[in-house]
Design a protein around this ligand. Sequence first.
Ligand SMILES: Nc1ncnc2c1ncn2[C@@H]1O[C@H](COP(=O)(O)OP(=O)(O)OP(=O)(O)O)[C@@H](O)[C@H]1O
Ligand SMILES: [Mg+2]
Length: 359
Amino acid sequence: MAGLKISRATKSFGDFDAVKDVSIEVKDGEFLAVLGPSGCGKTTLLRLVAGFEKLTSGEIHIGDRLVSGSQGSVPPEKRRVGIVFQNYALWPHMTVAQNVGYALKVAKVDKAEARRKVAEALALVNLEGLADRRPANLSGGQRQRVALARCLVAAPSLVLFDEPLANLDVHLRASMEDEFAAFHKRTGTTIVYITHDQAEAMALADRIAVMDGGRLAQLAAPRDLFREPASAMVASFIAQGMVLSAKALTAAEAGHARVEVLGQEVVVRCRPGERPREAAKICIRSSDLEIVGDKGGGFDGTVVRAIYKGGTARIEFAPASDADTHLHFDQSEPIGLDSGSAIRMRIKSGWLIPNEPAV
Ligand SMILES: Nc1ncnc2c1ncn2[C@@H]1O[C@H](COP(=O)(O)OP(=O)(O)OP(=O)(O)O)[C@@H](O)[C@H]1O
Ligand SMILES: [Mg+2]
């Protein structure tokens, strides 16, 4: 296995920067997920690591080896990188074992050794019993595991996934997530995993890189990304955080600051030493909101929508002082709020979005 170091990587197509000045270090054995809106450069970044695209500037190291840089680029087949795409194209006329062993055959690996390697790769993805089946007779999840075995048979030092579960249904996704997690734990493979599914990223990854417009917006452990977003973009992108304008009342002290938001005073968490500006922004989650009685402080609002979700409802409401802002929280059964209901809410806590996003 090997770590990955992407240093100030930029990839331009004409005068458009698909990836812009991105630096990411993935430790040996780490599971890194990459999240971001469509078109933000995730696949391009992966293709740069795999060697299918050449860097415009910057460097990429796999382990200690410089694979992309100003001196040139190591071709994809010499990088020892395995790739699993969303569209895993298996050869329909070959059995599972033949699909997995194809690259070894092309490389003229000794037959007995190839058989052993194929068996090992199939064992890694729990497909030992299906070596002689053809792809048409497998489930979607099993096919995806054949694709994974096919990439593992070459003993890659790094495995890249580009939305590998996007074509599977919800139940299969969940069981494949478990399998990927188990696979990672068992093998300690260094993994870079692109997904659109935040829950999947949170469940699987040691750290998550959020990209926005070709740039790295934040690189952090799932919990830190959720609790301490580095910018308003990350705050609203991750788990639909609510971003509100606030006025700083006191300087930050011991990781907390007092702000005024929607006419209410709130003590919010912040970076140590953060100097909040007069015009600050905070991020709150639905669990930071509570319904209060008349004397409980807080602010008035009106319920805009109540969306029943089974056991809970998502309540969307607009504060009276700012009808254009929509906030939301979850209410469990019994759900006593309908569209048009007047409520009084209080913000219990929040996170002061830093002035200077530091990745
Ligand atoms: N070969 C190319 N020539 C020109 N532009 C390209 C090329 N490849 C990608 N782009 C552009 O670069 C940007 C990033 O594309 P990329 O495929 O990396 O996005 P992505 O984050 O993977 O999106 P998605 O989530 O939709 O898969 C897009 O605007 C895309 O149109
Ligand atoms: Mg993509």
